[in-house]
Design a protein around this ligand. Structure first.
Ligand code: PLP
Length: 434
């Protein structure tokens, strides 16, 4: 039995579903998850010795690729001094200074250990600051697994959201209003219906958890203005886009100024770090200065701070964003040269080093809640075709692909060739899995 298969069998006995985060289980694509032994640059090697060019990159954090020597050296140096103190260290100050210098709307920042903690804490802060309870999120956007954010869709514009997970009390969904991305009127309707009650709007400013959806012209700026006109805060969830689309994330890219921003993934250099930050007058409402409580035993962990700082320094030194943009453009062009996406009913959406193949239509969607699920069988085929040929995509049709600085031309050309072949041979729309 391949070692991945036997490890998965053992894992399912002691870990629910065999995994510590559900989408790793290959539930959306079938088959057994690959257990990974090591990663280097843009490549992963599994426990059976098979090697893959990796486009999942730990779901986004590894913008420098796996095991970057400068990040590893920083981790080793920091760990030798001790792994956690529960008292402040210089590393926290250095990373906070770097974030505040690089990200224009962030005057103060607090570190946590995951993106979920970052969004959950930013919303508590927005509620504490405004003295209001309701929040607006967008259908199909993911902000981590805090109860009040596990709310996907309401039935109708002004309907309260219903929880999309068992275990979330129905009452919790009542504080979360659900609007539609790229549809300002759906947000305005909530503000009209609940005057002076809405604390904030939280947006995955470029939604990348239910496909990759781009904002229509001025949507994010108009959304921020609308929130401000109603005395609410704008929270830009940049857990994926922060430090990936550029130092200023989606906010700088699309020219709007959020009050708070949330980070994760890249900011920790591959270790567990999240952060939220923004206007000083808002951040000062956090304990110990203010009345909004927020804390964490391992928050600002010195080893994780060192990894994050090293990653940001390499990004700065290597002119990363310009290079990633060029790589992304070349990768897309190479793929398009080899396969006529339009005639196959496929759309390729890309922004910088994030890409997504929508297999249900040649028209890219503008609402993350409006994806056609008819392409699931196509994605299952494409995913396994790619995996069998040494390309590791995210095991879900609705998750995006990432490039890293470690993806060289050889790797990108090889991957484009295999994906083109997979696209040409995949089943027609609506077919059941082969
Ligand atoms: C936009 C966004 N926000 C929040 C989160 C939650 O982050 P974490 O998984 O680190 O808790 C994610 C995770 O993928 C995310 O993509």
């Amino acid at each position: 039995m391949p070692t991945s298969d036997s490890l998965f069998a053992r894992a399912t006995n002691v870990i629910p579903g065999g995994v510590n985060s559900p989408v790793r289980a290959f539930g959306g694509v079938g088959g057994t998850p690959r257990f990974i032994k090591r990663g280097e640059g843009c490549r992963l090697t599994d426990v059976d010795g098979r090697t893959y060019i990796d486009f999942c990159l730990s779901w986004g954090p590894l913008i420098l690729g796996h095991a970057h020597p400068r990040v590893l050296a920083a981790i080793e140096r920091a760990a030798k001094d001790g792994t956690s103190f529960g008292a402040p260290t210089e590393a926290e100050v250095l990373l906070a200074e770097k974030v505040c210098a690089l990200v224009q709307p962030v005057e103060q920042v607090r570190f946590v250990s995951s993106g979920t903690e970052a969004t959950m804490s930013a919303i508590r802060l927005a509620r504490g600051f405004t003295g209001r309870d309701l929040i607006i999120k967008f259908a199909g956007c993911y902000h981590g697994h805090a109860d009040f954010l596990l709310v996907q869709a309401g039935s109708g514009l002004a309907t309260f959201g219903t929880p999309s997970s068992a275990g979330v009390p129905a009452g919790i969904g009542r504080s979360t209003l659900v609007a539609h991305y790229n549809d300002l009127a759906s947000v305005a309707a909530h503000f009209d219906r609940f005057p002076n009650q809405i604390a904030c709007v939280i947006a995955e400013s470029v939604p990348a958890n239910n496909g990759l959806i781009l904002p229509e012209r001025n949507f994010l700026r108009d959304l921020t203005d609308l929130a401000h006109r109603h005395g609410a805060l704008m929270i830009s969830d940049e857990v994926i886009t922060g430090f990936r689309l550029g130092f200023g994330g989606a906010a700088a890219r699309f020219g709007f100024t959020p009050d708070l921003m949330t980070f994760g993934k890249i900011i920790g250099g591959g270790l567990p770090v999240g952060a939220f930050g923004g206007r000083r007058d808002i951040m000062q409402h956090l304990a110990p200065l203010g009345k909004v409580y927020q804390a964490g035993t391992l928050s600002g962990n010195p080893v994780a701070m060192a990894a994050g700082l090293a990653a940001l320094e390499v990004i700065e030194a290597e002119n990363a964003y310009e290079r990633l943009e060029q790589m992304g453009a070349r990768f897309g062009a190479t793929l398009r040269q080899q396969v006529d996406l339009e005639s196959l009913g496929v759309a390729l959406t890309r922004i910088g080093s994030i890409f997504w193949l929508y297999l249900a239509s040649s028209q890219a969607p503008i609402d993350p809640a409006a994806l056609d699920t008819a392409s699931a069988a196509r994605y299952r085929y494409l995913f396994h075709f790619a995996l069998d040929h040494g390309i590791y995509l995210a095991p879900s049709a609705y998750e995006v692909g990432f490039l890293s600085l470690a993806h060289d031309d050889d790797a990108l050309n090889r991957a484009a060739g295999i994906l083109a072949e997979g696209l040409k041979t995949m089943p027609p729309l609506g077919a059941t899995a082969p």
